[in-house]
Design a protein around this ligand. Structure first.
Ligand code: ATP
Length: 273
């Protein structure tokens, strides 16, 4: 307990996310996650990396409140996940596939979370316009999703995430299905958004390069059962330009992560045998 006379400025900051001994066993008996502890400060860009089946999506869905932990506690801005509203904060989840309504315009797709929240249409449309401008699609509001490329559809999905003006953005391999050039472009755009909107981001990927390029911190996980095995700070300045991708610092971080991923994969195999 911090004494009342200590000024607010020197009190510890409130963490955006606290994962406290959270574990998950699915009803079929699969032990997806051993107890995980993780603290994420406001404004961090944290990436979950690890071999297939190590529980990255399971952990992300529990942070989102889409899945119940078997044990442990999850706090967002010091409130239980289902009471996030009480802290005045908001979260959004972006899935790997854009999951757009094919019959509805881009504008209607992006407006969906606001319609569901009962926001008046004029106010909602203004927020949609702002979100589409943020992802570089202001001219496509009236188009149907099928007339857009895969990268543009993903931008629409991100706009739908941003339209509620979230503080916490959870992204489950959002660019995994895109070609490499589009992926690099969207990675760079995402970093711009993160900085401009002062977001806290948790990002799941299989890509070491994406993890180094984007993150302030990388959390390495291993599988069967899923667990956190190592953490790495990527202490490199932003903005991270394409030059960063070919710098010695980038290679050093990538090598560290590659070695760690190898260790994580080997420990997975050892547990299996
Ligand atoms: N609904 C479910 N019921 C039973 N087991 C599940 C369920 N969802 C996931 N699992 C299992 O839990 C473990 C963790 O899965 P999860 O999808 O979280 O891993 P992941 O690291 O995100 O994998 P990937 O990188 O392949 O997407 C895996 O063994 C998976 O088969």
């Amino acid at each position: 307990m911090i004494p009342a006379h200590v000024p607010a400025a020197v009190q510890a900051p409130v963490p955006a996310v606290e994962v406290l001994s959270v574990e998950k066993t699915y009803p079929n008996g699969t032990q997806a996650l051993l107890p995980v502890d993780l603290r994420i400060e406001e404004g961090e860009f944290v990436t979950l990396l690890g071999p297939s089946g190590c529980g990255k999506s399971t952990l992300l869905k529990m942070v989102a409140g889409l899945l119940e932990p078997t044990d442990g506690r999850l706090h967002l801005w010091r409130k239980p996940v289902d009471q996030l509203e009480a802290s005045g904060k908001k979260m959004a989840f972006v899935f790997q596939s854009p999951t757009l309504m094919p019959w509805a315009s881009v504008q209607a797709n992006v407006r969906l979370p606001l319609d569901l929240a009962g926001m008046p249409k004029a106010q909602a449309n203004a927020q949609v316009e702002e979100a589409l401008a943020l992802v570089g699609l202001p001219k496509f509001a009236g188009d149907l999703p099928r007339s857009l490329s895969g990268g543009m559809q993903m931008r629409v999905s991100i706009a739908r995430g941003l339209v509620t003006q979230p503080d916490l953005l959870l992204m489950d391999e959002p660019f995994g299905a895109l070609d490499e050039i589009t992926r690099h472009k969207l990675d760079a755009e995402l970093l711009d958004l993160w900085r401009k909107k002062k977001l806290t981001v948790i990002f799941v990927t299989h890509s070491i390069h994406e993890a180094v390029f984007l993150s302030t911190r990388v959390v390495m996980m291993a599988a069967r059962p899923g667990r956190v095995v190592e953490e790495f700070r990527i202490d490199e300045p932003y903005p991270r330009t394409p030059d960063f991708l070919v710098s010695p610092q980038f290679s050093r971080h990538a090598k560290q992560l590659q070695d760690s991923l190898l260790r994580a994969s080997q420990s997975t195999e050892e547990v299996q045998t």
